[in-house]
Design a protein around this ligand. Structure first.
Ligand SMILES: [Zn+2]
Length: 149
């Protein structure tokens, strides 16, 4: 399950890199346990503190444009799935695998394609939006290595 880094940071999904950075720095300041002693304006009560690790994880993911783009598409698919808007189910075994780019593809009826990368599969993404239309498929696959950290 992907975490929603945007809601952790409290920024819009289309926030600019500068906005994200500013918000990250602000959160670090007000959510840092060491700063709880000295009262800061806008400081949340202790039970509302966001773990620093989560703030940093969100920042590490969103600060790099390529990584953010990848994360965005995964997040979008996850949200669509949460809303139950899945049009079809396909089996990973039925998809074409491209060794060079490590992606699985499957044709959509609109002549677009469903594309999912191994990286996304490893993240636990199993829902893909067509590259051309708005149809969504859920991909079924066996998880080879159960690792919950
Ligand atoms: Zn399509």
């Amino acid at each position: 399950m992907l975490k929603d880094y945007y809601s952790i940071l409290g920024v819009a999904e289309d926030a600019s890199p500068a906005e994200i950075k500013l918000q990250y720095q602000k959160l670090l300041l007000i959510h840092h346990p060491d700063k709880q002693q000295q009262k800061q304006p806008g400081q949340p009560p202790a039970h509302e503190l966001i773990p620093l690790q989560e703030i940093m994880e969100a920042w590490e993911c969103l600060r790099m444009p390529a990584q953010r783009e990848f994360y965005d598409s995964s997040l979008k698919a996850m949200k669509l799935r949460a809303n139950g808007q899945v049009n079809d189910d396909i089996d990973l075994d039925d998809m074409e695998y491209d060794e060079e780019s490590s992606v699985y593809t499957s044709p959509c009826r609109c002549s677009g394609e469903y594309i999912i990368s191994e990286d996304e599969l490893e993240l636990g993404v199993d829902t893909v939006v067509c590259s051309t239309c708005s149809l969504i498929v859920r991909i079924h696959y066996e998880v080879a290595d159960e690792d919950d950290n």
